[in-house]
Design a binder for this molecule. Sequence first.
Ligand code: BGC
Length: 371
Amino acid sequence: MRAFAVVPETGKAEVVGADEPGLTGPTDVKLRVLDVGICGTDREIAAGEYGTPPEGDDRLIIGHESVAQVVEVGAGVERLSAGDLVVPSVRRPCPHAYCTACQNDQQDFCYTGDFTERGIKERHGFLAEYIVDEPQYLTKLTPELRDVGVLIEPLTIAEKALTQIWGVQQRLPWACAIDPTSRPSQGCNALVLGAGPVGLLGAMALAESGFRTHVYSREPAGGPRSQLVESFGGRYLSSADHAVDDLPTTMGGIDVVYEATGASKLAFDVLEELGTNGVYVFTGVPGRKHPFEVNGAKIMRNLVLKNQVVFGTVNAGSEAFESAVDRLGRFMTRWPDAVRGLITRRWPLEEVDRLLNDPGPGIKHVVALAE
Ligand code: BGC
């Protein structure tokens, strides 16, 4: 079969021939891959900055955002059958019996760091015609979501973040996150940093949860991203028009920040502006950049005197995948054009190299492996 692999040692990234995987045990599920989304992590892996091939292999088949179709199941698989559409999760547990997180199927919270990730860390990914996985890592996708299901994986990042935001906001019984149907009151002003797929999906999830949602990004106001944000009821703020220290006044206070740029300087500048009882979520992984100065005393003073909470979040577990499927379904009912507008273009496998190096403008680029 054909696949797309990266050899980190040599920097080679190309379409390769690979053995078609088959069922090796009763709980295996063989899948035909339909769509694979490409993100910043894939580009970093292709550039040799991130990612590790499986032990004993010098190449890594990339791809971790996907939609696939079941072609064959082992005798012990009950929940899935041929023809079902699924979205595979990314992370697999570490082998250590003392890692409570992995032992409880919550490898997104793995303590040891010895987890693996499909298409990223020591396990081949989904940019291949066929893959094999196990049912506990596969979330069923409704057929109506076939064309946009590739957005599920990036949406799970927001899903996991929101669950944690709600956990924190239990301390503010009036904040809208507790009761999304109540009239927005204090605690409901959200700021999303970045208008890429993770930022925009996060913004939609926040807007759907009752937050007055603002998206802060570089593109000038009035452009396609700003129109997309407005189409789901958000407000677009261009950094060309709004300095970071104006944001609290422009927005009427910042209660929640969902950082989705990986730009560390911007992220910390915005942290200085977080409001009283504010929650700040980091989701971006910055590249290896030079250190920069932050106003540590101001940040620390604010954290204490304003009851602020700052946390980072990575990856997502099966519950987040399941709720992301429900959420994407609701998005499609309310804002179908906005959701479809996130997917810029579908590319054939032969053009992945160009897609990684020079995709041109757009939001989410997808490799279409099969109909
Ligand atoms: C993926 C996550 C993964 C993270 C770190 C992201 O691009 O969406 O699933 O945990 O990279 O490798």
